[in-house]
Design a protein around this ligand. Structure first.
Ligand code: FE2
Length: 257
C-alpha cells in the first residue's frame, strides 16, 4: 500500500505551534508523558511480541493506560477511551472486510485502530470530561493528540501502521489535520478509520471531545451526520459501507453503543 506522506520527524512534532493558539504547557506535558511511556514500553516488550503487530499494538494500548493510570501526576482513568479504541478497531475491520481489503491491510487497519488515539491519554487535563463545549484553545490542544500519538509510537510500531494513524484526522476535502491532504492522497485505511472513529465517537458516551455535550446520538442520527459529511469529511464509499453494516447490527442487537 502506498502512502503519500512519510513519517513526521520528531523535531517537527515537538515544535510548538506558530500561532501560539494552544497552551504550550499542556502540550509540553503531553510530550514528556509520550517520551516516558515510550521508554517504558521499549524496555518491557519482548522480541517475541514485536513479531506480531496486532499483539504489539494491543500491548502498547494496555501499557499506555496502565502507566498513565499509575505513574503520572493527576492521573485520570479513561475507560471510555479504551472502549472507543476497541470498538473502532472492531468496526474498522468489518468495514475493511466489506471493502475487500486483503489480510495484510486488514491487520494493519485493526492494529492502527487499536492505538490511533493513545495520544489523548497523555493529555492532562482530560478535556473529554468537561461538561461544556471546548474553547478554541482547548480544541487546539485536543487536536495535538495526533502528534502525541506519533511521538509515543515513533520507532516502536511498523511504519505502515504509523502512517495510517498519522492521517486519521485528514478530511476527504483537504480540510483535516495535520497535513491537509485530500481525497485519494489520504490512504484508504486512514479514510476508513476517519469515518469509523467519528461514528463511534458520536454514538458513545464521554468520548465526544469537542462535540456537543448534550447527549449521545443514536446510530441513525450518527449515520445522518456521516451522510452530511460524505465527500466532504468522509470517503463516500466508506460511509455507504458503514450504513449497510450498522443497519445489520441494528437488527441483531447493536454491540457498538
Ligand atoms: Fe483521533
Amino acid at each position: 500500500m502506498l502512502f503519500f506522506i512519510s513519517q513526521y520527524s520528531l523535531d517537527t512534532l515537538e515544535q510548538p505551534s506558530d500561532s501560539g493558539s494552544y497552551p504550550d504547557e499542556i502540550y509540553q506535558r503531553g510530550i514528556n508523558s509520550a517520551h516516558y511511556v515510550r521508554g517504558e514500553i521499549q524496555n518491557r516488550i519482548s522480541e517475541e511480541v514485536r513479531k506480531d503487530t496486532l499483539s504489539l499494538c494491543r500491548l502498547i494500548k494496555e501499557m499506555t493506560f496502565e502507566i498513565m493510570d499509575q505513574n503520572m501526576e493527576d492521573s485520570h482513568e479513561d475507560p471510555a477511551l479504551n472502549r472507543h479504541l476497541n470498538q473502532v478497531a472492531f468496526l474498522a475491520k468489518e468495514v475493511g472486510e466489506q471493502l475487500g481489503l486483503n489480510e495484510t491491510d486488514l491487520k494493519i487497519l485493526e492494529a492502527a485502530s487499536l492505538i490511533h488515539d493513545v495520544g489523548k491519554r497523555l493529555l492532562n487535563p482530560d478535556y473529554s470530561k468537561l461538561d461544556r463545549k471546548l474553547t478554541d484553545a482547548e480544541y487546539a490542544v485536543v487536536r495535538k493528540h495526533v502528534d502525541l500519538s506519533l511521538i509515543l509510537l515513533n520507532g516502536i510500531i511498523p511504519k505502515d501502521i504509523y502512517n495510517v494513524i498519522s492521517q486519521h484526522h485528514e478530511n476527504y476535502d483537504g480540510t483535516g489535520y495535520p497535513f491537509g491532504i485530500e481525497n485519494n492522497h489520504i490512504g484508504l485505511l486512514s479514510r476508513i478509520l476517519r469515518a469509523v472513529d467519528a461514528y463511534q465517537a458520536m454514538t458513545s458516551r464521554k468520548h465526544n471531545v469537542g462535540r456537543k455535550k448534550d447527549g449521545i446520538m443514536t446510530s441513525d442520527q450518527a449515520l445522518e451526520e456521516l451522510e452530511r459529511g460524505s465527500g466532504r469529511l468522509f470517503d463516500p464509499q466508506v460511509v455507504s459501507v458503514l450504513k449497510r453494516i450498522s443497519s445489520s447490527y441494528e437488527s441483531s442487537g447493536n454491540i457498538l453503543n
